[in-house]
Design a protein around this ligand. Structure first.
Ligand SMILES: NC(=O)C1=CN([C@@H]2O[C@H](COP(=O)(O)OP(=O)(O)OC[C@H]3O[C@@H](n4cnc5c(N)ncnc54)[C@H](OP(=O)(O)O)[C@@H]3O)[C@@H](O)[C@H]2O)C=CC1
Ligand SMILES: O=C(O)C1=N[C@H](C(=O)O)C[C@H](O)C1
Length: 253
């Protein structure tokens, strides 16, 4: 049995992952950490101020983090110190936070970090790369939509899309929405963020040329798609050599 702990255990993703871990035969949910203490699926949730005590008492094999960027940095530091493998889905990191995370992990613990654990999105990213490779002279716009509770914008997945496009077409300015006399469209990637209701997670990329538009889209209708990828990652990462891994490694893409 792989002993699993969840940071952000009482949140939307924490609950979805906790349920799936609890129902699986080869994984054992040993507890969680959240802002406030509590319980989930019959195990104790410690307050985030007591993460060190939690790790010493519960000794998880893998820690899953779905919190917020500022909190995740501290949780990753604690996991690295205690040599616990990581699966990190939290988004909204600054470049500085990402490099701090990488240096905490490298040579210390194995960690899968992804802005989107859905298998479909990981294939979608491949399709976006392929299109960008061939349609670099088309106008490119990225659109994402999420529920009204989401704190970071644009989504981590949209940021990954923008990175992929730039890797293929070269650096471009990101244009976040447009208003007023915007003038002729420049060598930019338009980025549009929608927040509303209970939208789980929609991402589209438009490649617009003369007399034609190619639109690639992915729509998640249940958080279970992310949680399935998280469970695959937990099973994959346990026992691996210390390094930062992506879902490409987990899915062998
Ligand atoms: N990679 C992927 O596939 C996916 C990534 N995400 C990302 O996961 C993150 C969480 O999303 P979601 O579950 O919807 O958000 P929620 O707000 O529902 O859950 C986050 C939880 O973390 C808690 N939290 C805040 N600070 C700490 C801390 N220091 N230690 C422990 N827990 C803490 C929050 O408490 P409180 O509410 O009291 O602040 C909350 O319970 C986001 O960054 C989101 O973008 C989401 C879905 C898929
Ligand atoms: O906050 C969410 O809900 C989601 N966050 C991730 C992101 O920021 O890309 C993944 C997914 O779209 C859901």
């Amino acid at each position: 049995m792989i002993k699993v702990a969840i940071c952000g255990a009482l949140g939307r993703m924490g609950q979805t992952i906790g349920k799936m871990v609890d129902e699986s035969d080869d994984l054992e949910l040993v507890g969680g950490v959240d802002v406030k203490a509590g319980s989930t699926f019959g195990v104790e949730v410690f307050p985030s101020t007591e993460i060190e005590k939690f790790l010493e008492e519960k000794k998880p094999d893998v820690i899953v983090d779905f919190t917020i960027a500022s909190a995740a940095v501290g949780n990753i530091r604690a996991a690295s110190k205690h040599k616990v493998a990581l699966v990190v889905g939290t988004t909204g990191f600054t470049p500085e936070q990402r490099s701090e995370i990488n240096s905490m992990i490298e040579g210390n613990v194995p960690a899968v970090i992804s802005s989107n654990f859905s298998v479909g999105v990981n294939i979608f990213w491949k399709l976006v790369r392929e299109a960008a490779k061939r349609l670099g002279d088309y106008d490119i716009e990225v659109i994402e939509a999420h529920h009204h509770f989401k704190k970071d914008a644009p989504s981590g997945t949209a940021n990954t899309i923008i990175d992929i496009i730039k890797q293929e077409v070269g650096d471009r300015e990101e244009m976040y929405g447009r208003k007023g006399m915007v003038g002729e469209r420049g060598n930019e990637i338009g980025v549009h963020v929608i927040r509303g209701g209970d939208i789980v997670g929609d991402h589209s990329v438009l490649f617009a040329g003369n007399n034609e538009v190619i639109e690639l889209s992915h729509r998640a209708s249940d958080r279970a798609v992310f949680a399935h990828g998280v469970l695959r990652s937990i099973r994959w990462v346990y026992g691996k050599s210390p390094a930062v891994y992506s879902m490409n490694d987990v899915l062998n893409l």
